[in-house]
Design a protein around this ligand. Structure first.
Ligand code: C2O
Ligand code: CU
Ligand code: CU
Length: 511
Protein backbone atom coordinates (compact mmCIF):
# COMPACT_ATOMS: atom_id res chain seq x y z
CA UNK A 1 0.00 0.00 0.00
CA UNK A 2 1.15 3.49 -0.76
CA UNK A 3 1.96 5.71 2.12
CA UNK A 4 0.32 9.08 2.24
CA UNK A 5 3.55 10.77 1.26
CA UNK A 6 3.99 8.54 -1.72
CA UNK A 7 0.38 8.95 -2.70
CA UNK A 8 0.79 12.68 -2.59
CA UNK A 9 3.92 12.42 -4.64
CA UNK A 10 2.36 10.20 -7.24
CA UNK A 11 -0.45 12.71 -7.59
CA UNK A 12 2.16 15.30 -8.26
CA UNK A 13 0.89 17.17 -5.31
CA UNK A 14 3.26 19.31 -3.38
CA UNK A 15 1.99 20.91 -0.25
CA UNK A 16 2.32 24.58 -0.91
CA UNK A 17 4.25 26.64 1.56
CA UNK A 18 1.50 29.17 2.17
CA UNK A 19 1.39 27.97 5.72
CA UNK A 20 -0.85 30.25 7.69
CA UNK A 21 -1.27 28.60 11.04
CA UNK A 22 -5.02 28.16 10.72
CA UNK A 23 -5.31 27.89 7.00
CA UNK A 24 -5.96 24.36 5.85
CA UNK A 25 -3.37 23.79 3.16
CA UNK A 26 -4.94 23.12 -0.15
CA UNK A 27 -3.29 20.41 -2.15
CA UNK A 28 -2.26 22.00 -5.41
CA UNK A 29 -4.28 20.46 -8.17
CA UNK A 30 -2.29 21.77 -11.06
CA UNK A 31 -0.50 18.56 -11.94
CA UNK A 32 -1.39 17.67 -15.48
CA UNK A 33 -0.30 14.04 -15.40
CA UNK A 34 -2.53 13.17 -12.47
CA UNK A 35 -5.70 14.72 -13.84
CA UNK A 36 -8.67 12.41 -13.86
CA UNK A 37 -11.79 12.62 -15.97
CA UNK A 38 -14.56 14.25 -13.98
CA UNK A 39 -16.94 11.70 -12.52
CA UNK A 40 -20.49 12.28 -13.74
CA UNK A 41 -23.06 10.91 -11.28
CA UNK A 42 -25.59 8.60 -12.92
CA UNK A 43 -28.74 10.35 -14.08
CA UNK A 44 -31.80 8.77 -12.49
CA UNK A 45 -35.14 9.67 -14.07
CA UNK A 46 -37.22 7.27 -11.99
CA UNK A 47 -40.06 5.10 -13.17
CA UNK A 48 -43.36 6.63 -14.11
CA UNK A 49 -46.65 5.06 -13.13
CA UNK A 50 -50.13 6.38 -12.36
CA UNK A 51 -49.07 10.02 -12.65
CA UNK A 52 -46.16 9.65 -10.24
CA UNK A 53 -42.45 9.33 -10.82
CA UNK A 54 -40.96 6.83 -8.40
CA UNK A 55 -37.40 6.82 -7.17
CA UNK A 56 -35.71 4.08 -5.20
CA UNK A 57 -32.92 5.36 -3.04
CA UNK A 58 -30.79 3.29 -0.75
CA UNK A 59 -28.49 4.87 1.81
CA UNK A 60 -25.53 2.58 2.06
CA UNK A 61 -21.98 2.17 3.27
CA UNK A 62 -19.13 1.69 0.88
CA UNK A 63 -15.59 2.58 0.06
CA UNK A 64 -13.97 4.59 -2.67
CA UNK A 65 -10.45 5.35 -3.78
CA UNK A 66 -10.09 9.13 -3.93
CA UNK A 67 -6.30 9.04 -3.65
CA UNK A 68 -4.23 6.55 -5.62
CA UNK A 69 -3.69 3.30 -3.77
CA UNK A 70 -5.77 4.36 -0.79
CA UNK A 71 -9.28 3.40 0.06
CA UNK A 72 -11.72 5.57 2.00
CA UNK A 73 -14.79 4.41 3.91
CA UNK A 74 -17.76 6.31 2.59
CA UNK A 75 -21.51 6.68 2.58
CA UNK A 76 -23.51 6.90 -0.62
CA UNK A 77 -26.93 6.70 -2.14
CA UNK A 78 -27.31 3.80 -4.60
CA UNK A 79 -23.54 3.79 -4.75
CA UNK A 80 -20.36 4.28 -2.79
CA UNK A 81 -20.09 8.05 -2.63
CA UNK A 82 -22.76 10.72 -3.26
CA UNK A 83 -25.95 9.73 -5.03
CA UNK A 84 -27.39 9.73 -8.52
CA UNK A 85 -28.57 12.98 -10.06
CA UNK A 86 -32.35 12.81 -9.81
CA UNK A 87 -34.34 14.24 -12.68
CA UNK A 88 -37.66 15.73 -11.60
CA UNK A 89 -40.23 17.33 -13.89
CA UNK A 90 -42.20 20.36 -12.89
CA UNK A 91 -45.88 19.67 -12.21
CA UNK A 92 -45.28 15.98 -11.66
CA UNK A 93 -45.64 14.12 -8.45
CA UNK A 94 -42.57 12.34 -7.14
CA UNK A 95 -42.56 9.45 -4.70
CA UNK A 96 -39.31 8.47 -3.09
CA UNK A 97 -38.59 5.21 -1.40
CA UNK A 98 -35.62 5.76 0.89
CA UNK A 99 -34.10 2.68 2.50
CA UNK A 100 -31.63 3.26 5.28
CA UNK A 101 -28.91 0.63 5.16
CA UNK A 102 -26.12 2.53 6.91
CA UNK A 103 -26.70 1.04 10.35
CA UNK A 104 -27.47 4.34 12.06
CA UNK A 105 -30.32 6.87 11.88
CA UNK A 106 -30.37 9.18 8.89
CA UNK A 107 -32.68 11.39 6.85
CA UNK A 108 -32.86 12.64 3.30
CA UNK A 109 -33.91 16.24 2.76
CA UNK A 110 -35.08 17.70 -0.58
CA UNK A 111 -33.29 21.02 -0.47
CA UNK A 112 -35.11 23.93 -2.10
CA UNK A 113 -38.52 22.32 -2.52
CA UNK A 114 -41.94 23.54 -1.56
CA UNK A 115 -43.54 20.50 0.07
CA UNK A 116 -45.46 19.28 3.09
CA UNK A 117 -43.30 19.34 6.24
CA UNK A 118 -43.72 15.60 6.71
CA UNK A 119 -42.11 15.00 3.28
CA UNK A 120 -39.26 17.45 3.89
CA UNK A 121 -36.68 15.04 5.26
CA UNK A 122 -35.55 17.32 8.07
CA UNK A 123 -34.47 16.16 11.54
CA UNK A 124 -38.03 15.06 12.42
CA UNK A 125 -38.27 12.62 9.53
CA UNK A 126 -35.55 10.42 10.92
CA UNK A 127 -35.24 7.03 9.27
CA UNK A 128 -34.04 4.44 11.75
CA UNK A 129 -31.47 1.88 10.65
CA UNK A 130 -33.00 -0.73 8.36
CA UNK A 131 -36.19 1.28 7.95
CA UNK A 132 -37.79 2.67 4.80
CA UNK A 133 -39.30 6.14 4.38
CA UNK A 134 -41.79 6.89 1.63
CA UNK A 135 -42.39 10.61 1.13
CA UNK A 136 -44.14 12.04 -1.91
CA UNK A 137 -44.87 15.56 -3.10
CA UNK A 138 -45.88 17.63 -6.11
CA UNK A 139 -42.97 19.33 -7.80
CA UNK A 140 -44.03 22.94 -8.18
CA UNK A 141 -40.62 24.62 -8.30
CA UNK A 142 -39.20 26.24 -11.39
CA UNK A 143 -36.70 24.42 -13.59
CA UNK A 144 -33.30 24.53 -11.97
CA UNK A 145 -30.63 22.80 -9.92
CA UNK A 146 -31.53 21.54 -6.46
CA UNK A 147 -30.10 18.89 -4.19
CA UNK A 148 -30.75 16.33 -1.50
CA UNK A 149 -28.71 15.46 1.58
CA UNK A 150 -28.76 14.00 5.06
CA UNK A 151 -30.30 16.30 7.66
CA UNK A 152 -30.13 14.06 10.69
CA UNK A 153 -29.97 15.89 14.00
CA UNK A 154 -26.40 16.71 15.17
CA UNK A 155 -24.84 14.47 12.51
CA UNK A 156 -25.78 16.03 9.17
CA UNK A 157 -22.21 17.29 8.93
CA UNK A 158 -20.53 13.93 9.30
CA UNK A 159 -23.03 12.09 7.09
CA UNK A 160 -22.85 14.61 4.25
CA UNK A 161 -19.07 14.66 4.61
CA UNK A 162 -18.95 10.91 4.08
CA UNK A 163 -21.14 11.19 1.00
CA UNK A 164 -24.87 11.42 1.71
CA UNK A 165 -25.76 14.06 -0.87
CA UNK A 166 -26.73 14.32 -4.51
CA UNK A 167 -28.01 16.72 -7.15
CA UNK A 168 -31.55 17.16 -8.39
CA UNK A 169 -32.21 18.60 -11.84
CA UNK A 170 -35.68 19.95 -12.28
CA UNK A 171 -36.91 20.28 -15.83
CA UNK A 172 -39.91 22.09 -17.18
CA UNK A 173 -41.10 21.07 -20.62
CA UNK A 174 -43.03 24.30 -20.94
CA UNK A 175 -40.01 26.50 -20.47
CA UNK A 176 -38.29 26.73 -23.81
CA UNK A 177 -34.99 28.32 -22.92
CA UNK A 178 -32.42 27.10 -25.42
CA UNK A 179 -29.53 26.03 -23.21
CA UNK A 180 -27.17 23.07 -23.39
CA UNK A 181 -29.07 20.19 -21.81
CA UNK A 182 -27.23 17.04 -22.76
CA UNK A 183 -26.43 15.71 -19.27
CA UNK A 184 -22.78 14.97 -18.74
CA UNK A 185 -21.90 16.19 -22.23
CA UNK A 186 -22.62 19.92 -22.43
CA UNK A 187 -24.73 20.14 -19.26
CA UNK A 188 -22.36 19.23 -16.46
CA UNK A 189 -23.12 18.65 -12.77
CA UNK A 190 -20.39 20.25 -10.63
CA UNK A 191 -20.66 19.29 -6.96
CA UNK A 192 -17.94 21.18 -5.09
CA UNK A 193 -16.63 19.65 -1.88
CA UNK A 194 -13.49 19.72 0.20
CA UNK A 195 -12.20 16.88 2.32
CA UNK A 196 -9.28 16.05 4.63
CA UNK A 197 -7.66 12.63 4.48
CA UNK A 198 -5.59 10.67 6.96
CA UNK A 199 -2.43 8.81 6.00
CA UNK A 200 -4.43 5.64 5.49
CA UNK A 201 -6.85 7.38 3.13
CA UNK A 202 -9.66 7.68 5.67
CA UNK A 203 -11.71 10.84 5.86
CA UNK A 204 -10.64 13.03 8.76
CA UNK A 205 -13.49 14.96 10.34
CA UNK A 206 -13.39 17.67 13.00
CA UNK A 207 -9.90 16.79 14.18
CA UNK A 208 -8.67 20.37 14.51
CA UNK A 209 -9.73 23.07 16.87
CA UNK A 210 -10.71 25.53 14.17
CA UNK A 211 -13.19 23.06 12.69
CA UNK A 212 -15.35 23.64 15.75
CA UNK A 213 -15.50 27.32 14.97
CA UNK A 214 -15.25 27.69 11.21
CA UNK A 215 -16.88 24.41 10.27
CA UNK A 216 -15.10 21.54 8.58
CA UNK A 217 -12.83 22.62 5.74
CA UNK A 218 -10.66 20.11 3.96
CA UNK A 219 -7.37 20.41 2.14
CA UNK A 220 -8.41 18.45 -0.93
CA UNK A 221 -10.99 19.63 -3.42
CA UNK A 222 -13.37 17.07 -4.86
CA UNK A 223 -15.69 17.70 -7.77
CA UNK A 224 -18.37 14.99 -7.94
CA UNK A 225 -15.90 13.00 -5.83
CA UNK A 226 -13.00 13.40 -8.27
CA UNK A 227 -9.63 14.80 -7.17
CA UNK A 228 -7.90 17.02 -9.77
CA UNK A 229 -10.66 16.58 -12.36
CA UNK A 230 -10.70 17.45 -16.04
CA UNK A 231 -13.62 17.83 -18.44
CA UNK A 232 -12.96 17.33 -22.12
CA UNK A 233 -15.50 19.27 -24.12
CA UNK A 234 -16.58 18.61 -27.69
CA UNK A 235 -18.93 21.60 -27.76
CA UNK A 236 -18.28 25.33 -27.77
CA UNK A 237 -20.65 26.06 -24.95
CA UNK A 238 -20.87 24.34 -21.59
CA UNK A 239 -23.54 24.71 -18.98
CA UNK A 240 -22.13 24.05 -15.52
CA UNK A 241 -24.55 23.30 -12.70
CA UNK A 242 -22.50 24.48 -9.75
CA UNK A 243 -23.57 23.16 -6.36
CA UNK A 244 -21.59 24.00 -3.27
CA UNK A 245 -22.00 20.68 -1.47
CA UNK A 246 -19.18 21.39 0.98
CA UNK A 247 -19.68 21.39 4.71
CA UNK A 248 -18.34 24.87 5.37
CA UNK A 249 -16.21 26.29 2.57
CA UNK A 250 -17.23 29.29 0.49
CA UNK A 251 -15.84 29.41 -3.05
CA UNK A 252 -14.93 32.53 -4.98
CA UNK A 253 -14.94 31.11 -8.49
CA UNK A 254 -13.55 32.36 -11.75
CA UNK A 255 -11.48 31.15 -14.67
CA UNK A 256 -7.70 31.10 -14.70
CA UNK A 257 -7.65 33.48 -17.69
CA UNK A 258 -10.40 35.65 -16.19
CA UNK A 259 -12.72 34.88 -19.07
CA UNK A 260 -16.27 36.02 -18.77
CA UNK A 261 -19.00 33.50 -18.01
CA UNK A 262 -22.74 33.93 -17.72
CA UNK A 263 -24.88 33.04 -14.75
CA UNK A 264 -28.30 31.94 -15.95
CA UNK A 265 -29.83 30.45 -12.80
CA UNK A 266 -29.63 30.80 -9.03
CA UNK A 267 -30.95 28.45 -6.33
CA UNK A 268 -34.56 28.35 -7.46
CA UNK A 269 -34.48 28.73 -11.23
CA UNK A 270 -33.53 31.02 -14.07
CA UNK A 271 -32.50 34.62 -13.63
CA UNK A 272 -34.38 37.07 -15.81
CA UNK A 273 -31.42 37.27 -18.14
CA UNK A 274 -27.90 35.91 -18.33
CA UNK A 275 -25.57 37.88 -16.04
CA UNK A 276 -21.98 38.27 -17.30
CA UNK A 277 -19.46 37.68 -14.53
CA UNK A 278 -15.79 36.98 -13.99
CA UNK A 279 -16.19 36.01 -10.33
CA UNK A 280 -18.94 34.20 -8.50
CA UNK A 281 -19.11 33.58 -4.78
CA UNK A 282 -20.91 30.41 -3.80
CA UNK A 283 -21.55 29.57 -0.16
CA UNK A 284 -22.56 26.18 1.15
CA UNK A 285 -25.82 24.94 -0.43
CA UNK A 286 -26.00 27.72 -3.01
CA UNK A 287 -26.35 26.76 -6.65
CA UNK A 288 -25.57 28.65 -9.82
CA UNK A 289 -25.89 27.55 -13.40
CA UNK A 290 -23.27 29.19 -15.57
CA UNK A 291 -22.47 29.13 -19.29
CA UNK A 292 -18.90 29.26 -20.50
CA UNK A 293 -17.54 29.31 -24.05
CA UNK A 294 -14.49 27.52 -25.41
CA UNK A 295 -12.35 27.82 -28.52
CA UNK A 296 -11.10 24.70 -30.28
CA UNK A 297 -8.03 23.17 -28.68
CA UNK A 298 -7.82 25.52 -25.73
CA UNK A 299 -7.50 24.78 -22.04
CA UNK A 300 -8.93 26.67 -19.12
CA UNK A 301 -9.32 26.09 -15.42
CA UNK A 302 -12.10 26.96 -13.05
CA UNK A 303 -10.26 28.26 -10.01
CA UNK A 304 -10.99 29.50 -6.54
CA UNK A 305 -9.55 32.99 -6.13
CA UNK A 306 -8.35 34.09 -2.70
CA UNK A 307 -10.34 36.92 -1.17
CA UNK A 308 -8.68 39.65 0.86
CA UNK A 309 -9.29 39.05 4.57
CA UNK A 310 -12.49 40.71 5.77
CA UNK A 311 -11.51 40.55 9.40
CA UNK A 312 -9.19 42.97 11.22
CA UNK A 313 -5.75 41.92 12.26
CA UNK A 314 -4.97 41.76 15.93
CA UNK A 315 -2.89 39.43 18.06
CA UNK A 316 -4.34 36.03 18.83
CA UNK A 317 -5.74 32.95 17.23
CA UNK A 318 -9.16 34.39 16.54
CA UNK A 319 -7.95 36.99 14.12
CA UNK A 320 -5.53 34.59 12.50
CA UNK A 321 -8.22 32.00 11.98
CA UNK A 322 -10.78 34.43 10.59
CA UNK A 323 -8.25 36.06 8.29
CA UNK A 324 -7.15 32.71 6.89
CA UNK A 325 -10.67 32.07 5.56
CA UNK A 326 -10.86 32.07 1.77
CA UNK A 327 -7.22 33.10 1.71
CA UNK A 328 -6.02 30.59 -0.86
CA UNK A 329 -6.12 30.40 -4.62
CA UNK A 330 -6.42 26.89 -5.99
CA UNK A 331 -7.57 24.96 -9.03
CA UNK A 332 -11.03 23.45 -8.99
CA UNK A 333 -11.82 21.97 -12.40
CA UNK A 334 -9.84 21.84 -15.62
CA UNK A 335 -11.28 22.07 -19.11
CA UNK A 336 -9.74 20.85 -22.31
CA UNK A 337 -11.48 21.64 -25.59
CA UNK A 338 -11.20 19.24 -28.49
CA UNK A 339 -9.52 20.35 -31.72
CA UNK A 340 -12.86 20.79 -33.39
CA UNK A 341 -15.97 21.79 -31.50
CA UNK A 342 -19.62 21.37 -32.22
CA UNK A 343 -21.51 24.65 -32.28
CA UNK A 344 -24.23 24.22 -29.66
CA UNK A 345 -25.32 27.81 -29.28
CA UNK A 346 -24.35 31.00 -27.50
CA UNK A 347 -25.20 32.47 -24.12
CA UNK A 348 -28.71 33.80 -24.63
CA UNK A 349 -29.02 37.55 -24.99
CA UNK A 350 -32.79 37.55 -24.74
CA UNK A 351 -34.84 37.31 -21.57
CA UNK A 352 -34.78 33.87 -19.93
CA UNK A 353 -37.85 34.20 -17.80
CA UNK A 354 -39.95 36.76 -16.03
CA UNK A 355 -39.55 36.96 -12.28
CA UNK A 356 -42.38 38.40 -10.28
CA UNK A 357 -40.71 40.43 -7.55
CA UNK A 358 -42.64 40.05 -4.32
CA UNK A 359 -43.55 43.57 -3.25
CA UNK A 360 -42.58 44.64 0.24
CA UNK A 361 -46.10 45.91 0.68
CA UNK A 362 -47.39 42.33 0.48
CA UNK A 363 -45.68 41.45 3.75
CA UNK A 364 -47.85 41.41 6.83
CA UNK A 365 -45.12 40.59 9.29
CA UNK A 366 -41.42 41.23 9.84
CA UNK A 367 -39.27 38.86 11.86
CA UNK A 368 -35.69 39.35 12.94
CA UNK A 369 -33.13 36.56 13.09
CA UNK A 370 -29.77 37.19 14.76
CA UNK A 371 -27.07 34.72 13.83
CA UNK A 372 -24.62 34.37 16.68
CA UNK A 373 -21.57 32.39 17.65
CA UNK A 374 -21.12 33.19 21.28
CA UNK A 375 -17.81 31.40 21.53
CA UNK A 376 -16.66 34.01 23.94
CA UNK A 377 -14.89 35.58 21.01
CA UNK A 378 -17.58 37.97 20.07
CA UNK A 379 -20.58 38.02 22.23
CA UNK A 380 -22.78 40.09 20.00
CA UNK A 381 -25.81 38.10 21.00
CA UNK A 382 -25.38 38.68 24.66
CA UNK A 383 -23.91 42.12 24.43
CA UNK A 384 -27.16 43.92 25.07
CA UNK A 385 -28.23 47.28 23.73
CA UNK A 386 -25.73 50.01 23.31
CA UNK A 387 -22.76 47.77 22.74
CA UNK A 388 -21.16 47.71 19.34
CA UNK A 389 -21.69 44.61 17.28
CA UNK A 390 -17.95 44.02 17.30
CA UNK A 391 -17.81 43.99 21.07
CA UNK A 392 -16.49 40.92 22.73
CA UNK A 393 -14.44 39.95 19.72
CA UNK A 394 -11.06 38.51 20.42
CA UNK A 395 -11.81 37.04 23.78
CA UNK A 396 -11.10 33.51 24.85
CA UNK A 397 -12.54 30.44 23.23
CA UNK A 398 -15.55 29.09 24.98
CA UNK A 399 -18.11 26.41 24.31
CA UNK A 400 -19.22 27.22 20.80
CA UNK A 401 -22.71 28.59 21.29
CA UNK A 402 -24.07 28.69 17.81
CA UNK A 403 -27.46 30.26 18.02
CA UNK A 404 -30.22 32.14 16.28
CA UNK A 405 -31.83 34.88 18.35
CA UNK A 406 -29.74 33.65 21.25
CA UNK A 407 -31.31 30.19 21.16
CA UNK A 408 -29.96 26.88 20.06
CA UNK A 409 -32.12 24.46 18.13
CA UNK A 410 -34.21 22.24 20.39
CA UNK A 411 -36.24 19.58 18.66
CA UNK A 412 -39.25 20.05 20.89
CA UNK A 413 -39.33 23.84 20.70
CA UNK A 414 -41.11 25.71 17.90
CA UNK A 415 -39.41 29.04 17.45
CA UNK A 416 -41.80 30.71 15.03
CA UNK A 417 -45.49 30.41 14.15
CA UNK A 418 -46.38 31.80 10.78
CA UNK A 419 -49.86 32.62 9.55
CA UNK A 420 -50.92 30.44 6.66
CA UNK A 421 -51.13 32.19 3.30
CA UNK A 422 -49.14 35.24 4.27
CA UNK A 423 -46.01 36.94 3.03
CA UNK A 424 -43.29 37.86 5.50
CA UNK A 425 -40.06 39.79 5.54
CA UNK A 426 -37.24 38.18 7.46
CA UNK A 427 -34.47 40.47 8.58
CA UNK A 428 -31.27 38.49 8.97
CA UNK A 429 -28.51 39.98 11.05
CA UNK A 430 -25.15 38.58 11.87
CA UNK A 431 -23.52 39.41 15.18
CA UNK A 432 -20.66 36.96 14.65
CA UNK A 433 -17.29 37.52 12.97
CA UNK A 434 -17.94 35.33 9.93
CA UNK A 435 -20.43 34.92 7.11
CA UNK A 436 -23.26 32.42 7.56
CA UNK A 437 -25.29 31.04 4.65
CA UNK A 438 -28.88 31.23 5.90
CA UNK A 439 -31.30 28.66 4.50
CA UNK A 440 -35.07 28.42 4.84
CA UNK A 441 -36.97 25.21 4.13
CA UNK A 442 -40.18 24.90 2.14
CA UNK A 443 -39.31 26.77 -0.98
CA UNK A 444 -37.81 29.89 -2.37
CA UNK A 445 -37.53 33.48 -1.23
CA UNK A 446 -36.27 36.70 -2.73
CA UNK A 447 -33.54 38.98 -1.43
CA UNK A 448 -34.89 42.48 -0.84
CA UNK A 449 -31.68 44.19 0.12
CA UNK A 450 -28.26 43.98 1.75
CA UNK A 451 -27.56 46.74 4.23
CA UNK A 452 -30.29 48.72 2.54
CA UNK A 453 -28.92 48.40 -0.99
CA UNK A 454 -30.53 46.31 -3.70
CA UNK A 455 -28.81 42.94 -4.20
CA UNK A 456 -26.58 42.34 -7.23
CA UNK A 457 -28.25 41.18 -10.44
CA UNK A 458 -27.47 37.52 -9.85
CA UNK A 459 -29.28 37.66 -6.50
CA UNK A 460 -32.47 39.01 -8.04
CA UNK A 461 -33.85 35.53 -8.77
CA UNK A 462 -35.30 32.88 -6.49
CA UNK A 463 -33.09 31.81 -3.60
CA UNK A 464 -33.28 29.38 -0.73
CA UNK A 465 -29.89 30.11 0.80
CA UNK A 466 -28.41 33.56 1.23
CA UNK A 467 -25.04 34.72 2.49
CA UNK A 468 -25.23 36.95 5.53
CA UNK A 469 -21.87 38.57 6.09
CA UNK A 470 -20.52 39.74 9.44
CA UNK A 471 -22.25 42.96 10.43
CA UNK A 472 -24.59 42.70 7.49
CA UNK A 473 -28.36 43.01 7.49
CA UNK A 474 -30.01 41.03 4.73
CA UNK A 475 -33.75 41.26 4.22
CA UNK A 476 -35.59 38.45 2.45
CA UNK A 477 -39.24 38.10 1.52
CA UNK A 478 -41.12 34.81 1.35
CA UNK A 479 -44.64 33.45 0.94
CA UNK A 480 -46.04 30.70 3.18
CA UNK A 481 -48.70 28.89 1.15
CA UNK A 482 -50.26 25.49 0.57
CA UNK A 483 -49.07 23.42 3.51
CA UNK A 484 -50.68 24.41 6.73
CA UNK A 485 -49.61 22.09 9.53
CA UNK A 486 -49.53 23.15 13.14
CA UNK A 487 -47.75 20.03 14.26
CA UNK A 488 -44.89 19.53 11.87
CA UNK A 489 -42.23 22.20 11.57
CA UNK A 490 -39.84 23.26 8.87
CA UNK A 491 -36.28 24.32 9.61
CA UNK A 492 -34.28 27.46 9.00
CA UNK A 493 -30.58 27.39 9.70
CA UNK A 494 -27.03 28.26 8.86
CA UNK A 495 -25.98 25.81 6.15
CA UNK A 496 -22.44 25.47 7.46
CA UNK A 497 -23.25 21.98 8.60
CA UNK A 498 -21.15 22.09 11.76
CA UNK A 499 -22.96 25.27 12.80
CA UNK A 500 -26.32 23.69 12.06
CA UNK A 501 -25.39 20.53 13.97
CA UNK A 502 -24.34 22.64 16.95
CA UNK A 503 -27.53 24.62 17.20
CA UNK A 504 -27.61 27.43 14.63
CA UNK A 505 -31.03 26.25 13.54
CA UNK A 506 -34.65 26.94 14.39
CA UNK A 507 -38.12 25.67 13.55
CA UNK A 508 -41.29 27.22 12.18
CA UNK A 509 -44.80 25.96 11.72
CA UNK A 510 -47.42 27.36 9.37
CA UNK A 511 -50.67 27.78 11.29
CU1 C2O B 1 -29.87 21.85 2.66
CU2 C2O B 1 -31.98 22.32 6.02
O1 C2O B 1 -30.92 22.02 4.36
CU1 CU C 1 -33.22 22.69 2.84
CU1 CU D 1 -22.82 29.49 10.30
Amino acid sequence: MLTRRRAIKSLGIGLSAAGLGFSPLLRAQGNVASRQPLNIPALESGTFSAGTTNFDLSLQRGSHSFLPGLSTETLGINGNYLGPTLRFKRNQKVALQVSNKIGEPSTLHWHGFHLPPTADGGPHQEIAANQVWNPSFDVVQFAGTYWYHSHVMHKAGSQVYKGLAGMIILEDDEQDVALPSNYGVDDIPVILQDRRFGDDGSFLYMNRYEDQVMGMMGDTILVNGTVNPVVTTGTKLLRLRLLNGSNARTYNLGFSDNREFYQVASDGGFLESAVPLTRLTLAVAERAEILVQFDPGEEATLVNVALPPAFPEFPGAMSEMMRAQNAQTFDVLHFRAEASLQDNGKPPSSQLTEIYRLPESAATNVRTFRLGMGNGMRSGDDAGPGRGARNGRGGGFGGGQFSINGRRMAENYINERIQFNTTEIWELTNTSPMMHPFHVHNGQFQVLDRNGSPPPENEMGWKDTVQVGADEIVRIIMRFTDYRDEENPYMYHCHILEHEDRGMMGQFVIV
